[in-house]
Design a protein. Structure first.
Length: 130
């Protein structure tokens, strides 16, 4: 059951949508959220600078070719608004790709074993001039 305090601009997609909305409600965040589970090739349906925040959790490593994975990170950057926040939790670390496209405010972890499979995290804020 959706919390009536959380307004969704569009229907939830995939299995993550209801969880995202519940977590926003628990955190007391009054926001419009779109929970989307999709292939990175579908991101072109969104215009540049669409989202305030993007979280990718244990998804990018499923893209087998490294170049395609890096392309997905660039596509995520494209649809994120300047000043928007990005968090990637995955087997690999993506700070280098973000640096190559002009991101400066990036933090990355080493391998973390608190989750299975073990993960690294990369977080950052998209530069205003990007």
């Amino acid at each position: 059951m959706k919390d009536p305090a959380i307004k969704s601009k569009s229907p939830d997609y995939g299995i993550d949508g209801p969880i995202v909305l519940r977590n926003l409600a628990l955190a007391g965040i009054g926001a419009i959220a779109l929970g989307l589970t999709a292939y990175h090739e579908l991101l072109p349906i969104f215009t540049n600078n669409t989202f305030d925040m993007i979280v990718s959790s244990k998804a990018l490593h499923n893209i087998i070719k490294r170049k395609e994975c890096e392309s997905a990170v660039r596509e995520i950057s494209r649809v994120l608004k300047p000043g928007g926040k990005l968090a990637i939790i995955d087997s690999f670390q993506y700070a280098k790709v973000l640096q190559q496209i002009g991101w400066k405010d990036i933090k990355a972890s080493g391998l973390r074993f608190q989750m299975f499979p073990s993960v690294r995290w990369t977080i950052g804020i998209k530069p205003a001039s990007h």
